[in-house]
Design a protein around this ligand. Sequence first.
Ligand code: MN3
Length: 235
Amino acid sequence: MMGLALVRGMAFCYSYRPDKAELNNELGMIMAYELAPLPYSKDALEPHIDAATMEIHHGKHHAAYVANLNKAVAGNAALENKPLDQLLASLSTVPDNIRTAVRNNGGGHWNHTFFWKLMGPKAGGAPTGALAEDLTATFGSVAGFQEKLEAAGLGRFGSGWAWLVVNRSSKLEIISTPNQDNPIMDGSGLPVLGVDVWEHAYYLKYQNRRADYLKAWWNVVDWSAVAANYAAAKK
Ligand code: MN3
């Protein structure tokens, strides 16, 4: 599969003509956004997140967001070439007739890309350093933060996400968003950590027990990735 940077570069080259292998969607157009492979094997998060869930979640759900985002922006070069976070931060400038599709599918693409990188094999444990100190200062303890994040996820009616963000006041805050919305869309914060509470994220293994999924999820959280997000958000 071609890399995104290469596809984008070629979009600006007038002499470039794609060959058949590069016409990689059913509309016969070059894809603006691409699904990256999972950064680990689909069974790497067992037993907490099962391989079947990972396969469907990444290979079907996330893939569908990417495909539908590409369909929505097809033919609009300005949108096709915009970095996804900038696209989501400027939804009000997206044409009315595709704005909802860009919001839902662009949000889905961004959120899942972020989510996969928060998890890893042999992860879990506890945060360290500035992240641990600031979580403790803000929420009383790391365990207190975890309880509040789980409560935000449990309290989200229907489908959505619970997030730890650095808010506009540069403080850590827990928020929740519906559907595939995220804190970039309204500028409420820069995501540090986010957990998917759509049923597709847990139903095969946990059925209706969202609380059990949320508790188990901490076993696959890669705190070094979370700490890197925190450092970036604080800049
Ligand atoms: Mn999901």
